[in-house]
Design a protein around this ligand. Structure first.
Ligand SMILES: NC(=O)C1=CN([C@@H]2O[C@H](COP(=O)(O)OP(=O)(O)OC[C@H]3O[C@@H](n4cnc5c(N)ncnc54)[C@H](O)[C@@H]3O)[C@@H](O)[C@H]2O)C=CC1
Ligand SMILES: N[C@@H](CC=O)C(=O)O
Ligand code: NA
Length: 815
């Protein structure tokens, strides 16, 4: 036998009541005879309370009475056949008249006792259960209305009555016996004291009624039908990826509910818990969904935790004082005092030095708690054994919950890593000794970001969202968007990563969208909906949006973005860049940026700074990390110049080959950076620094491939004009190489902390002789790779390979 309990929203309208009927009928048709517990129609309990209060103030309540009548009558008219309606109207009308008399009594006395209030609100459940039982009678004749106040016996604690278990047990058993062949509709929430006065069972009262009946009658399950798909991993209004939990243990459900998951109210589960009766949370509006089973054991799960819950508003009180705290009896006195005054302490932590205690309370209780403490510990405060209590406000609690945590090491590490990476400061920590729960107190402003970041961290298999803010929509930026768009589904399916571009800007326009800008149409959207670009405003907006797992990408060649990198790292945002400016300016800036990223636990990835997508920066880093010692680097790292010397053959003019390199997307936006050697110099500098050398741009011995006039050109057009004039110079070079059976190469070297770059002619025995296209080549001679160096070779420029390298860096953020 099952108990089916339906909450207020399930009996709130004609439509929802139809859904309830279907659910009960299908259970009945399946050969079960469930016991049904209904709440009052949604909003009715609040309305009754308001009416009672108005009556006590001699204010008008009749119109609300009419409203109540209409709401119930309307359901009857729509769901009961006309010929059966009259007796139902009569009975409801009688109840309404009875209610009216009571309210008039309250008005006459001008006083609303707890007892009267309980009686008044009890009408809500009596209306709804009577009415629905009568509707059901048309289909199942055995349907019977039961006023539970005759069976649930309580003390006289009106508003929050305690159940007399023994008496209730006897009465419910007897009821079940005499009504064995009936389908019972039982009022939730209400009972009566020994004098037969109606009482109510407090918060979650109808669930409690269901649990009491279920436990006494040894139900196979208690189904709580509500308007959500069971219990979720987190608050779905904040965490979009929250999902329904199939199984929870009682303990886990209690912990999750305690911190905010409002689906059930834990104390109401106790009767079921004691008898190990499963509680199933189901959705009246989606009855085919299995919902959440709350049972004795936690069951198997793919994840180390079950869920994350939170209380968004909390205040923390700090108590310190060398003379008091830690002395035996102090905590006892403190918490007894708070309990006596009904101040609910949500969380307690005590430092191991025992000189301070921090505890969290509801914000409404904070001032009262402090006043009580000042009063109770007046003498100790005067004697300076205790410092004045301090209140901290605008805080939230976030708790990760799950029985499996106990068996899985590293859980708190994962929690704090996720928080730390996202720049969320933890104000206090508490872990229950049960290890079912780790709670942290954080700033309220951080809660949404924290919940999402922690959800991603623990439900990683689910998928992680990276939020990208991208600067530069040119050659590389646009190609990256194309790749991100093409790979979106693959990444989600195979790597559980979703990348959303939440912001983009070029030098003219900028655009934002938390849901991710559609990368199929970004160009048009940026053009039509974009605001005027403003880099500083772009960074501000990115910070304000405060998204978890946030990455800033610099796909420009501009000097300006680098001036914001430090600020970006300080906002705990990782940076991926193909722009070499930041790493190749002053050494002090390089050092500052690397240190800041490290201190803030965020990533700074720039693989494409050297050799585009070729793994060079990474290889060097791994060599250094694994304790190898770099002896020498020899390299060709200008894709443009490599292309030029590989194609400046036969009749081709130098000028045309350079133009072609630019067309192919190998050059910098300003090709003088390539041909003048600056771009190569930057790359060598970055490698030298990553290898541990303190070195400035001016320390590089930079030879060049151009005649003086080209180097001095003041504009790109001017530069090309000079190139045309210098055709003879380049032809001479080419012919000289040809005569010597050699090729021209622009080669960089790092040795003993010194960087030099020079044009050389090399023969076919030289390892850099055979190159084609925009090939880069680099050989690392190290302590371990001494006899034969480690060599990386391949295309070192071009939009596809560069954007691919940026993409790879991006996916590795936080990995
Ligand atoms: N082409 C290649 O093979 C490789 C290029 N790179 C690097 O890629 C970067 C980009 O190169 P391209 O895409 O070819 O350049 P591009 O000139 O095609 O595009 C640059 C983009 O940056 C934007 N931009 C410039 N200043 C800006 C600012 N202050 N705020 C917002 N947007 C701004 C421009 O509007 C444009 O959309 C350069 O730093 C280059 O060194 C790195 C490795 C290889
Ligand atoms: N312009 C660069 C591209 C890579 O950084 C080059 O030609 O090597
Ligand atoms: Na690279």
């Amino acid at each position: 036998m099952k108990v089916l309990k339906f909450g207020g929203t399930s009996v709130g309208s004609v439509e929802s009541i139809k859904a309830v009927l279907d659910i009960v009928k299908s259970s009945y048709d399946a050969g079960e005879k469930p016991l049904v517990v209904l709440s009052a129609m949604s909003g009715v309990t609040n309305l009754l309370t308001a009416m009672a209060e108005r009556a006590a103030e001699r204010k008008e309540f009749e119109s609300d009475l009419k409203l109540l009548e209409d709401r119930h009558f309307d359901v009857v008219k729509k769901l009961i056949a006309v010929k059966f309606q009259n007796p139902v109207f009569t009975k409801l009308k009688l109840l309404i008249n009875e209610l009216e008399e009571i309210l008039q009594g309250v008005a006459a006395l001008k006083e609303l006792s707890h007892q009267s209030k309980d009686l008044i609100v009890s009408f809500g459940e009596r209306f709804s259960n009577y009415m629905v039982s009568k509707i059901m009678e048309q289909y199942i004749a055995e349907s019977t209305f039961i006023d539970a106040s005759h069976y649930i016996k309580t003390d006289s604690n009106f508003g929050h009555a305690h159940v007399n278990e023994e008496l209730t047990n006897q009465l419910v058993q007897a009821l079940a016996h005499t009504h064995a062949d009936k389908l019972l509709f039982v009022t939730g929430f209400i009972g009566s004291n020994e004098n037969g006065r109606v009482t109510t069972l407090g918060r979650g009262g109808s669930d409690y009624t269901a649990a009491i009946f279920g436990s006494i009658l040894n139900a196979d399950a208690i189904e709580i039908w509500t308007d959500v798909n069971g219990m979720l991993t987190a608050d779905p209004r904040i965490v979009k990826k929250a999902f329904s939990l199939p199984i929870l243990s009682y303990t886990e459900a209690m912990e999750l509910s305690y911190f905010g998951a409002k689906v059930i109210y834990p104390p109401t589960m106790i009767p079921a818990f004691l008898k190990k009766i499963p509680i199933v949370i189901r959705n009246t509006f989606e009855p085919e969904f299995v919902g959440t089973v709350i049972q004795f054991d936690s069951g198997k799960s793919d994840y180390p935790i079950k869920g994350i819950s939170s209380i968004s508003d909390i205040s923390v009180i700090n108590l310190s004082g060398s003379g008091m705290i830690g002395k035996s009896g102090f905590s006892g006195r403190l918490f007894t005092l708070l309990a006596r005054e009904q101040i609910n302490v949500v969380l307690i932590t005590q430092s191991s030095s025992e000189h301070s205690i921090t505890f969290a309370v509801h914000p409404d209780d904070a001032q009262k708690a402090v006043a009580l403490i000042k009063n109770e510990f007046e003498l100790e405060l005067e004697a300076n054994k205790l410092d004045l209590p301090e209140i901290e406000e605008n805080l939230s609690v976030l708790a990760v919950v799950g029985e499996n945590m106990k068996r899985t090491p590293g859980m708190s590490g994962r929690l704090f890593y996720a928080l730390g990476r996202n720049g969320i400061n933890v104000r206090a920590i508490a872990q229950g000794s049960s290890e079912f729960n780790i709670s942290v107190i954080i700033k309220k402003d951080n809660l949404a970001k924290a919940l999402n970041a922690v959800h991603d961290a623990f439900f990683a298999a689910l998928n992680k969202t990276l939020y990208v803010f991208n600067l530069g929509t040119g050659n590389i930026g646009a190609t990256l968007f194309k790749q991100l768009h093409e790979q979106h589904d693959f990444l989600l399916e195979n790597n559980d990563v979703e990348i959303k571009v939440a912001g983009m800007s070029n030098s003219r326009k900028m655009l934002f969208d938390v849901e991710g800008i559609d990368l199929a149409t970004w160009k048009d959207t940026l053009e039509s909906d974009g605001e005027i670009a403003d880099l500083s405003a772009f960074i501000e907006r990115m910070k304000e949006m405060d998204l978890p797992n946030c990455v800033f990408i610099d796909n420009t060649a501009s000097k300006l973005p680098a001036t914001y990198y430090e600020e970006i790292f300080k906002a705990n945002i990782s940076i991926v860049t193909c722009n070499k400016i930041a790493n190749s300016g002053d050494y002090a800036q390089y050092k500052l940026l690397h240190d800041t990223a490290r201190r803030h636990g965020v990533d700074f990835f720039y693989e494409t700074n050297v050799g585009a997508g070729l793994p060079i920066v990474r290889v060097l880093k791994d060599l250094m990390l694994s304790g190898d010692r770099l002896l020498k680097i020899e390299a060709i790292l200008s894709g443009t110049i490599s292309y030029i010397f590989n194609n400046f053959t036969g009749d081709a003019s130098f000028y045309d080959v350079v133009k072609k390199a630019q067309e192919l997307g190998y050059t910098e936006p300003d090709p003088r950076d390539d041909l003048g050697g600056v771009d190569f110099m930057r790359k060598m500098l970055i490698l030298a620094r990553d290898a541990g050398n303190v070195i400035e741009p001016s320390d590089v011995d930079l030879g060049n491939i151009l005649p003086e006039a080209c180097l001095n050109a003041t504009s790109v057009d001017d530069f090309y004009a000079e190139l045309l004039k210098a055709e003879q110079y380049f032809n001479d070079l080419k012919n000289k190489a040809l005569q010597e059976n050699k090729v021209i190469r622009y080669i960089g070297k790092l040795e003993n902390g010194k960087v030099s770059i020079s044009m050389q002619m090399v023969g076919d025995t030289h390892p850099f002789y055979a190159l084609s296209g925009s090939d880069n080549i680099i050989s690392f001679t190290t302590e371990r790779y001494k006899e034969r160096p480690l060599v990386v070779k391949g295309p070192g420029a071009g939009a596809e390979v560069t954007a691919g390298g940026v993409f790879a860096d991006l996916v590795n953020v936080g990995a």
